[in-house]
Design a protein around this ligand. Structure first.
Ligand code: PHE
Length: 486
């Protein structure tokens, strides 16, 4: 009987003392309890084990309604009226209405009429005073004690608020044969531990203790406490993954020159994404200084390929365009500058930062969002390494199914699109590739550079199961409180 809890053991042991039905009071006394819920629960448990039989009887009892309580305190309405009639020299209707509220005199006369009182020339009279008094006494006795004839119950049930019927269930418990057969030894109560403390673990005592089983499937209250916004928490998690994979983090401003944001990346100056309707250009600062020497190199590469084997884009390159200030449209502007500053040091760096594009806001677009950008530059860096790195990243995020498809970016060759399987569908999460010589040569780089840029908000939608990207930034407190800890 090790699956009995302590209260069940105690109650069964008590019931073994005498066959036959036990009342609640008897059980409480025998078990030394003062809470009847203990007896009810333990009895129920024992009955489920077939050790005890429960008999329930339901009985209707009466109790006072709100008007009934008033009647006990002040007398029934008909009693008070009758008293007044008996004691006044001339119980006229006029005198009645100056003594009693209209809300009482009306119904009161109705009640008295039923008992044989009538109105004669404006005066209340009774043909048989004694029978009126007797009837009122009977009613008063009933309403005081709540005990009396069926007629009394019927009468007061028809009057509002005087009596109420309540159903009470009484139980008795009787031990069964199997219950009798349980040995007293099996019914010794054990100390049950519901909380494991460091002190307990340090001593050896825990070895002999019994632990309260926890039902992890039960509903529990959601702890509410201050914590990071889900986006911040997600950034932390991504950061931790890249650091763990041996990457270092870089950060840079989001105000940049068109030269670094686009020219350095061999994006042609007439590329549609450069248009005002796609990119936020700035009035302040009016321009950003870019070394002339760099602009000259970009110009040569764009116009005819410069010293690379490329033939460039042809046409005319405008050096003034390179100096335009803008809000960066991708974080590739930062990794490419990192390479310029560290051309001969193999590296693995990443950045998670904000970018801006003139998008109209809808379910899947925001004008301001974040990218997860990274590069690997080292001798022998190649496409397989790039794909494995991205697959490893997504696997660590909890998305083991990743595929890449051919894509196009002006600054990479080959170029890839990265897709992740989510709820049975392939979703595009970012771009990647190996920087073209048109990008790396002016920077003085000798090794291949694997590069990628992925959408953070898109990933957040997967992680949080959202179908509307705007949910991430509307500060919906109820929604925020419900988000999982990432
Ligand atoms: N910059 C690209 C974008 O914004 C992503 C990308 C980064 C693609 C690096 C290739 C290499 O979508």
């Amino acid at each position: 009987m090790s699956n009995l809890d302590n209260r069940e053991k105690r109650m069964l042991l008590a019931l073994q003392g005498r066959k036959g039905a036990w009342t609640l009071d008897e059980v409480l006394t025998a078990c030394n309890w003062d809470d009847q819920a203990y007896a009810a629960t333990a009895g129920h448990g024992l009955s489920n084990h077939g050790l005890v039989d429960i008999k329930e009887t339901t009985r209707a009892t009466l109790r006072h309604g709100p008007e009934g309580e008033n009647a006990v305190a002040e007398g029934l309405l008909e009693a008070r009226l009758w008293n007044w009639i008996k004691n006044s020299p001339e119980p006229s209707m006029a005198a009645l209405s100056s003594t009693f509220e209209r809300s009482e005199s009306g119904p009161g006369i109705g009640l008295l009429k039923g008992l044989g009182v009538s109105i004669q020339q404006g005066v209340l009279v009774a043909t048989d005073s004694n029978s009126v008094s007797a009837a009122i006494e009977e009613r008063t006795a009933f309403i005081t004690s709540l005990e009396g004839s069926e007629e009394m119950v019927a009468h007061f049930s028809n009057r509002r608020g005087l009596i109420e019927e309540v159903l009470t269930t009484t139980r008795t418990w009787q031990i069964s044969k199997t219950g009798m057969a349980v040995s007293a030894q099996e019914l010794t109560e054990k100390q049950v531990v519901s909380q494991i403390t460091p002190e307990l673990l340090q001593s050896d005592e825990w070895k002999d203790m019994e632990f309260k089983p926890f039902d992890v499937t039960l509903e529990a209250a959601m702890p509410r406490s201050g914590r990071s916004h889900p986006m911040q928490a997600l950034i932390e998690r991504i950061r931790a993954i890249f650091l763990e994979m041996g990457f270092s983090e870089i950060a840079d401003d989001y105000v940049q020159s068109a030269g670094w944001n686009m020219d350095a990346l061999f994006i042609p100056q007439d590329h549609p994404a450069r248009e005002m309707q796609d990119t936020f250009y700035l009035e302040e600062p009016t321009g950003i200084d870019v070394p002339d020497e760099l602009i000259k190199q970009w110009q040569a590469i764009h116009e005819h390929g410069g010293d690379t084997e490329s033939i460039g884009w042809g046409g005319k390159f405008d050096p003034e365009v390179s100096k335009k200030a803008l809000l960066r449209t991708h974080t590739t502007v930062n990794t490419v500058q990192y390479l310029k500053e560290n051309p001969d040091k193999p590296c693995r760096v990443f950045t998670i930062d904000r970018v801006f594009r003139k998008e109209s806001i809808d379910r899947t677009h925001l004008p301001e969002f974040h990218q997860i950008e990274g590069i690997i530059m080292e001798e022998g860096a190649n496409l397989a390494m790039l794909v494995t790195t991205l697959k490893t990243f997504y696997a660590k995020m909890g998305y083991p199914e990743v595929r890449v498809r051919p894509a196009y970016f002006p600054y990479t060759e080959p170029s890839l699109e990265v897709e992740v399987k989510w709820r049975g569908k392939w979703l595009e999460l970012g771009g990647a590739g190996i920087f073209r010589p048109e990008v790396t040569e002016p920077l003085g780089i000798k090794w291949p550079v694997c590069a990628w840029g992925m959408g953070l908000e898109r990933l957040a939608m997967l992680v949080l199961g959202l179908d509307d990207i705007r949910q991430l930034y509307i500060s919906d407190l109820a929604w925020l409180a419900e988000q999982p800890i990432l």
